[in-house]
Design a protein around this ligand. Structure first.
Ligand code: NG1
Length: 596
C-alpha cells in the first residue's frame, strides 16, 4: 500500500519523469534553483524537496461534512532547496541550533531568518521524573512564532519545520542543524490549487532531509505530519490537500474519504480506447482572487475554518449552515446519532447519513449511494415552509428562501444559549436567512456525484488500489453504473464524467452559492470550446476552474478560451501560460538528493 511506502528520495530526475521532455523541463528548473542557491549561499544545496499542488476534480465543499472527495496532484509544484549552514565567506557568523535563513526566488517575498526557541520541561517535573528519564522521554519542546493574523510566506516554512522539531528533536542530546533554504514554485497562490499545502509538505520534507530524519518515514505518516503542521498556520486541514500532494501517482486521481477515518484510494481516469483519444485536465484561473486570506479569530475543533475573511458570509457561514442542517435533519427523521456526536462535536451530514442507513461503518459505496438517494427524497423537511409548519407551499424544487436565526434555533430543538455555544461561539457569521435546504441538497447530491464519478472511472479502468488502511469499503469490484458497461467507449465515459462535473458546478453555483459570475462565464466558455465538462475547483468565489478536455483538442481549446474570456485579453507569454494550462494527474511529493 502506498501509505506504507517510504517517502521517495531520487538522485536522478529520469527516475521520476520517464518522459524525456518532462525530465529535461524539470531538470532545468532543478538546476536553476541549485545554481541560484549556490550563488546566494556560497555552497550547493544538499537536497531539493518538491511537493505538487492539487486540483479537485469533483467533491466541492463536502470534505467538512466528511464526505469523500476526488482530487489529483498537478504538475505545478513548490521546490525548496536546502543545505546545512556552515561558516563560510558569505555566512561568517556562528549559527544557533536550528537557525533558518529562508529566501524566496520571488523578490516580493523578503528574506527571513528565524531561530526556534527551546522550552525545556519544568525543573520540578524534571526532578520527579529524573530516575525514569531515558533518551526517548520528551525533555524539550520547540517553539516558533507564527503570525496567524496575516498571510506571511515564511509562516508555511515554519509550519513544516515545527512538526519536524517536535517529533524528531525531543531529547536533549540532539539539535537541529542551522539551515539555508531557497523556496521557489509555480503553483498559483489563492487560486484553489492548494499552494499552501504544497508549501507545508515541501517544507516538512526539506527539514526532514537536511536533518537526516527521512529514513523510515512513510508517506502515510508524512500526510499526518503535514496535516498537523498546516494547522499551525490556522488553516483547515481535512487531509484532502496534503494526501493529494503526497500520495498521488502519475495518471491517477485519489478518492479520499474522511469517515470514519482518513483513507485514500488511487483511481485512474478512463484509459483511451484508441490512441489520441485520452483526456487532459485544463486549469483556468478566473483571475478573481478566491477570498481566502488568513484572519483567524478563535480556534477550536471546527474553527480552523475561521481563517477566511469572507467568512462571515461565505466559507464559515456554509460550515455553520451544514452543521445545523445535520442536526435539524436528524431530528426531523428521528435518527439516533452515535455517542461520538456530543454537543461539543456537532454531527456532520455524513454521520447523519450513517445513522439513516443504520449499518455499522464502514459502509460500502453501493450502500452509501443507495442511502444518499433515499435520504435526498426526504430533505424537503428542511425547507423554510416545512420548518414553519406551513402546508401546501409549492415552488421551484430547488428554491427556498431560508430561515431566520430564530427559526433555525427553534428547529434545532436547543435553547438559544446552547445553540450559540455549539454552533456560533467559535465563528463569526452574518446572515439574515440561513439556507439549510439548499446547502444540504448540494452536499448530498455532490457526495452522490463523487461516488458516480469514481464508479465510472473504476468501470473503465483495470487498476485501483487501496493506499491507506481502508476503513470504508472501497468496493473496487463494484459493478459499473447503468450508464456504462464494459463495452462503453472511453469517449462515452468521458462524456459521462463531464456531465457530472457540469452538474457539480451548477449545484455549487445555484445551491451552494460559492461561484461567481466570472467562474460561471469561464466554465460556460470551456463547455462551448470543446470540454467534456467544466467546473470550479477549490473553495470557489473566484480562483480556478477545471475542465476535462480531449487530449487531441487541447491546443484549440486553450486558444478558444483565451480569446473569449475577457480577463485573459491582453495577457501574453508566461503571464498567459500561468493562467490557463493543461495538466495530467502527476507524481506526488519527493526529495531530490544532489550528489557531487
Ligand atoms: P481551497 O480553497 O482549494 O484551498 C478549501 C478547503 C478544502 C475544501 C474546499 C472546498 C482549506 C485549506 N481548503 O479549498 O478543505 O473545503 O475549500 O471544497 O481550507
Amino acid at each position: 500500500m502506498a501509505a506504507d511506502l517510504p517517502v521517495p528520495v531520487y538522485t536522478s530526475l529520469s527516475d521520476v519523469y520517464p518522459d524525456l521532455l518532462l525530465a529535461a523541463k524539470h531538470g532545468a528548473r532543478f538546476n536553476d534553483l541549485a545554481s541560484e542557491f549556490e550563488s546566494r549561499f556560497g555552497s550547493q544545496p544538499a537536497y531539493i524537496a518538491r511537493a505538487p499542488g492539487r486540483v479537485n476534480l469533483i467533491g466541492e465543499h463536502i470534505d467538512y461534512a466528511l464526505f469523500g472527495v476526488f482530487p489529483a496532484a498537478i504538475e505545478q509544484d513548490i521546490l525548496i532547496a536546502c543545505g546545512p549552514r556552515s561558516s563560510s565567506p558569505t555566512t561568517p557568523e556562528p549559527s544557533s541550533p536550528g537557525t533558518v535563513t529562508a529566501q524566496n526566488t520571488f523578490p516580493k517575498y523578503t528574506p527571513q531568518t528565524f531561530t526556534p526557541m527551546l522550552r525545556v520541561v519544568s525543573q520540578a517535573q524534571d526532578q520527579a521524573q529524573d530516575e525514569m528519564l531515558d533518551k526517548d522521554v520528551r525533555v524539550q519542546d520547540w517553539h516558533l512564532d507564527i503570525d496567524k493574523s496575516q498571510l506571511r510566506w515564511e509562516s508555511y516554512v515554519k509550519a513544516g519545520y515545527y512538526g519536524v522539531l517536535n517529533r524528531f528533536f525531543t531529547s536533549s542530546d540532539e539539535y537541529p542543524v542551522p539551515v539555508n533554504i531557497l523556496v521557489s514554485g509555480n503553483v498559483p497562490a489563492g487560486s484553489g490549487l492548494s499552494s499552501s499545502a504544497a508549501m507545508v509538505v515541501a517544507s516538512t520534507l526539506a527539514f526532514l532531509a537536511v536533518n537526516h530524519k527521512l529514513d523510515g518515514v512513510k508517506k502515510g505518516a508524512l500526510v499526518q505530519m503535514a496535516v498537523e503542521n498546516e494547522k499551525r498556520v490556522g488553516v483547515n486541514s481535512g487531509g484532502m490537500d496534503q494526501a493529494a500532494s503526497i500520495l498521488s501517482t502519475p495518471n491517477s486521481a485519489l478518492y479520499i474519504t474522511f469517515y470514519p477515518s482518513l483513507s485514500a484510494e488511487l483511481v485512474s481516469l478512463p484509459q483511451a480506447t484508441k490512441a489520441g483519444e485520452g483526456v487532459v485536465l485544463v486549469c483556468a484561473n478566473s483571475l478573481v482572487v478566491s477570498d481566502k486570506v488568513v484572519e483567524v479569530t478563535r480556534l477550536s475543533r471546527r474553527t480552523d475554518f475561521a481563517h477566511f475573511p469572507g467568512a462571515k458570509t461565505r466559507y464559515n457561514l456554509r460550515v455553520v449552515e451544514t452543521l445545523v442542517a445535520a442536526r435539524v435533519l436528524s431530528r426531523k427523521l428521528n435518527l439516533t446519532l452515535p455517542p461520538s456526536s456530543t454537543s461539543n462535536k456537532p454531527p456532520t451530514l455524513r454521520e447523519v447519513l450513517s445513522a439513516y442507513i443504520g449499518r455499522p461503518e464502514p459502509i460500502a459505496a453501493d450502500a452509501l449511494k443507495e442511502g444518499l438517494e433515499r435520504i435526498l427524497a426526504e430533505i424537503h423537511v428542511l425547507k423554510a415552509s416545512a420548518l414553519r409548519g406551513e402546508i401546501g407551499i409549492v415552488g421551484n424544487e430547488d428554491e427556498d428562501e431560508g430561515v431566520t436565526m430564530e427559526e433555525m434555533i427553534s428547529a434545532s430543538g436547543l435553547g438559544e444559549d446552547e445553540f450559540k455555544r455549539i454552533y456560533l461561539s467559535w465563528v463569526d457569521v452574518e446572515a439574515t436567512r440561513f439556507q439549510l435546504y439548499k446547502r444540504t441538497k448540494h452536499i448530498l447530491t455532490e457526495a452522490l456525484r463523487v461516488l458516480q464519478f469514481r464508479e465510472l472511472c473504476l468501470a473503465s479502468t483495470t487498476h485501483s488500489i487501496s493506499i491507506l488502511p481502508t476503513t470504508t469499503s472501497t468496493s473496487s469490484s463494484s459493478p459499473p453504473s447503468s450508464s456504462t458497461s464494459s463495452s462503453s467507449t472511453s469517449t462515452e465515459a468521458f462524456k459521462a464524467l463531464g456531465a457530472l462535473m457540469n452538474a457539480s458546478h451548477d449545484s455549487c453555483s445555484r445551491l451552494y452559492e460559492c461561484s461567481c459570475p466570472e467562474l460561471d462565464e469561464l466554465t460556460q466558455i470551456a463547455r462551448e470550446s470543446g470540454a467534456y465538462g467544466s467546473r470550479l475547483t477549490g473553495a470557489g468565489w473566484g480562483g480556478c476552474s477545471v475542465s476535462l478536455v480531449p487530449e487531441s483538442q487541447v491546443d484549440t481549446f486553450i486558444a478558444k478560451v483565451r480569446s473569449r474570456y475577457p480577463k485573459f485579453r491582453g495577457l501574453e507569454g508566461d503571464a498567459l501560460n500561468e493562467v490557463i494550462f493543461a495538466t495530467k494527474p502527476g507524481v506526488g511529493a519527493f526529495v531530490f538528493e544532489l550528489t557531487d
